[in-house]
Write a protein that binds this ligand. Structure first.
Ligand SMILES: Nc1nc2c(c(=O)[nH]1)N[C@H]1C(S)=C(S)[C@@H](COP(=O)(O)OP(=O)(O)OC[C@H]3O[C@@H](n4cnc5c(=O)[nH]c(N)nc54)[C@H](O)[C@@H]3O)O[C@H]1N2
Ligand SMILES: Nc1nc2c(c(=O)[nH]1)N[C@H]1C(S)=C(S)[C@@H](COP(=O)(O)OP(=O)(O)OC[C@H]3O[C@@H](n4cnc5c(=O)[nH]c(N)nc54)[C@H](O)[C@@H]3O)O[C@H]1N2
Ligand SMILES: [Mo]
Length: 681
């Protein structure tokens, strides 16, 4: 019926804390507008700026999307392809995989994936295929947050159970440490933080919008966070804000830490961090008095000593007993659905794989994303690179080395994406993925306890298909008949809902659009037992020691960069979602030219004026950006944004400078520890 208006409720599946509800407006059967759902508690009727633009821009634009399977016709990187049928694409891939398996073993097929879309089936189902194949996995979290996971695994036994944000109504203090909600969780910045009665403290080298709006901003030197954590606990102890009863019942290692805590006086901490003693004391008093929430950002652990920093920060809730009471808690990530279902171990995005045979090949060891640039250049270790749900040429470290590896004629590269990314230009075969507007799925937030339906609002564009359908077809092409590789979406969605603890079927969820996982706020960790070997919070960890780490967190701060060098931070920007949206013309306009913020003292020292072109260089590469002279960043540090499309920036983005140095724990990225020299271009 021409012109008839229809609203379809769905959920944003981006890798974002917010997890907004969406209202898709259709007219005459076509999507006319993608809006925030007015009834969704996070979205409140508005998408964030970037999604509002891109979901009504490139996501709806057939010119911008990948529409057909394609094979390469020009040199790698040229972007010359010709459309082929699904049958030809899948049989080409299957033949190459079988030949590689025969000649070298299936572990020479390396697949890399992350959170391009986070809805349950689209992110979880393809793993079944690669497990059956026996391919090597590039460890996904090592590009993002693995140091924090490993560290909090030692301390709390689980890094996927935090606090319920709804409990903030009972908080006196919220400490946001190394996260920038104004960019990475825009709705949490706008509503959650502003509406809670709590005082907000931000610990961040950058005076971002959330820091600007906070009651107290501790603008410390990057990498000095462990020293600050010890300093805060020192003051809490001095002021009688330690909860000895909680420690006696639930904490291991407190006594062993006393010498270091006593030595971390405000004067010492101020020297290590560059902060004022009075600010350190004020923060400790506010946090220690509680009830307090502690949010550790993913930016915080992207440092060479990110694991130690996380273990040091864990002392704050453990020592002050800010755990397991209304308004008190700590948070890194929430596996919202798993927590609600109280089923524990299996992540929510993993649909139950009934029908998986017992005789699956044992998985070859995964490789860290920090080793991928070298790996791609080593024909003995990799013959095929399969990229899905990520864009490594934009996001991975050592961009120049990534590119030279991708140029190898003998590397059979398959890229599955919705858009023709920089990485896709190097593929032998490109497969078009359907967008989240084009198939049913389930999407949760990793902050809020909301569970959302992803509802199909349009047919897949061109010949594109959802990830899960692509991998069912690939299984067929390989001759894999196992039932779990051919499970249908409807059946898997119902199974997820049956486990969800919400009591809803998928059809009911779709009707409502979204639901709270539980009607009332959850007070997490109130039982006081932790899934560690001792059942306590292990500030002292024998497991860490057995893995070659110190038994205890240490109060070290990173040394300031060597003479002439500066530390470059490249966290989440406002207009991109990792590299997503980097091809949207309006977004490109809104972002403007890529800039680097330089403190006035450093600018003077390097003879750089505001607006000048400057070149940043290190062993990995060099990059020219426009200087913004500003004290938004402390002296000794520089600030730019991550993840523009290299092809739109003359061939490189900030990751050309990203040295793949591994974090102290978890073999993860230490991108906020990158050091560069600075000169006028
Ligand atoms: N310098 C610097 N670099 C960084 C970071 C940093 O802080 N600084 N942060 C790092 C972090 S935290 C992360 S998580 C990584 C992220 O890095 P990536 O995982 O590479 O993330 P994206 O760049 O967003 O790439 C996701 C891709 O998935 C595609 N996609 C979207 N939906 C679908 C779908 O349904 N199916 C398929 N097959 N594809 C889809 C998108 O079009 C996009 O090209 O980047 C890291 N890189
Ligand atoms: N708009 C937008 N939103 C996003 C993303 C995006 O690209 N764009 N990416 C998504 C993804 S994949 C992720 S993982 C999250 C990440 O979101 P966040 O958890 O917020 O992490 P980052 O943006 O990497 O960095 C957050 C802050 O860490 C600070 N930081 C850097 N070094 C240090 C340090 O040494 N000490 C302290 N205390 N702070 C430090 C940075 O200055 C920055 O302000 O955001 C998600 N949301
Ligand atoms: Mo991330």
């Amino acid at each position: 019926m021409a012109g008839e208006r229809e609203i379809i409720k769905t959920t944003c599946p981006r890798d974002c804390y917010d997890g907004c509800g969406i209202a898709v407006v259709k007219r005459g059967g076509r999507i006319s507008k993608v809006l925030g759902d007015p009834d969704h508690p996070t979205a409140r009727g508005a998408l964030c700026g970037k999604c509002a633009v891109a979901y009504n821009g490139v996501w709806l634009d057939p010119q911008a999307r990948l529409l057909h399977p394609m094979k390469r016709t020009g040199p790698k990187g040229s972007g010359h392809f010709t459309a082929i049928s699904w049958d030809e694409a899948l049989s080409t891939i299957a033949e190459r995989f079988k030949a590689i398996g025969r000649e070298s073993g299936f572990d020479r097929i390396v697949h890399t994936h992350y959170t391009g879309t986070c809805s349950s089936l689209a992110i979880g189902f393809p793993g079944r295929f690669f497990a059956k194949l026996g391919a090597t996995e590039a460890e996904p979290d090592t590009i993002c947050n693995n140091a924090g996971h490993v560290a909090w695994g030692y301390v709390f036994g689980d890094s996927h159970i935090g606090f319920d944000p709804r409990t903030a109504r009972d908080s006196a203090c919220i400490l946001v440490w190394g996260a920038n909600p104004s960019h990475s969780a825009p709705h949490a910045h706008k509503h959650w933080l502003k509406e809670s009665p709590a005082k907000v403290i931000v610990v961040d080298p950058v005076r971002h919008e959330t820091a600007e709006a906070a009651d107290l901003h501790l603008q410390l030197r990057p990498g000095s966070d462990a020293a600050l954590a010890f300093g805060l606990v020192h003051v809490m102890k001095r002021e009688g804000l330690i909860d000895q009863a909680y420690i006696d019942a639930h904490v291991l290692g407190w006594d062993e830490l006393q010498a270091d805590i006593d030595a971390a006086t405000p004067a010492w901490t101020a020297r290590q961090t560059g902060l004022k003693e009075a600010d350190i004391e004020a923060a400790a008093r506010l946090y220690g008095a509680g009830p307090s929430l502690l949010w550790l950002g993913q930016g915080l652990q992207r440092q060479p000593s990110g694991g130690n920093i996380f273990r040091a920060c864990a002392m704050l809730p453990a020592a002050s007993g800010n755990i397991g009471k209304p308004g008190a808690g700590f948070y890194y990530l929430n596996d919202s659905m798993g927590i609600v279902a109280r089923k524990g171990a299996a992540p929510a995005w993993e649909p139950p794989a009934e029908g998986a045979p017992e005789d699956m090949p044992s998985a070859p060891p995964s490789v860290s994303q920090m080793d991928v640039p070298d790996l791609l250049n080593d024909p003995a270790r990799i013959r095929s690179y399969v990229v899905w749900n990520c864009n490594p040429l934009a996001s991975n470290p050592a961009q120049a080395k990534m590119r030279s590896g991708l140029e190898r004629e003998d590397l059979f590269t398959v890229v599955i994406d919705c858009f023709p990314t920089d990485t896709a230009a190097y593929a032998d075969i490109v497969l078009p993925a359907a967008s989240f507007l084009e198939f049913d799925d389930i999407s949760t937030s990793y902050f809020h306890f909301t569970i959302g339906a992803q509802a199909k609002a349009a047919e897949p564009m061109g010949e594109s298909l959802p990830n899960q359908e692509i991998f069912r077809r690939l299984a067929t092409a390989m001759g894999f008949e196992d039932k779990h590789l051919h499970a249908q979406d409807g059946e898997m969605l119902e199974k997820i809902m049956a486990r969800s603890g919400t009591g809803l079927s998928f059809a009911e969820l779709k009707e409502k659009g979204w639901t709270w996982g539980t009607p009332e706020p959850l007070v997490l960790w109130s039982e006081g037992s932790f899934p560690t070997p001792s059942g306590r919070i292990e500030l002292a960890s024998d497991r860490a020691a057995a893995d070659g780490h110190p038994r205890l967190p240490t109060p070290e701060a990173d040394a300031p960069p060597a003479q002439g060098r500066l530390r470059l931070l490249s966290p989440a920007g406002k207009w991109l979602m990792n590299s997503l949206y980097g091809n949207d013309p309006r977004i490109i306009e809104l972002m403007g030219e890529a800039t680097v913020a330089i403190h006035p003292d450093d600018a003077r020292r390097h003879n750089i004026t505001d607006g000048a072109d400057v070149t940043l260089s290190n062993a990995a590469g060099s990059l020219t950006l426009k200087a913004v002279v500003s004290d938004i960043i402390p002296a000794g540090a520089l600030l730019t944004d991550k993840s523009r499309w290299p092809g739109k920036e003359g061939g490189v983005n900030v990751n050309v400078l990203h040295v793949p140095q591994k974090t102290d724990m978890g073999e993860s990225t230490s991108v906020h520890g990158v050091e560069v020299t600075l000169s006028a271009a």
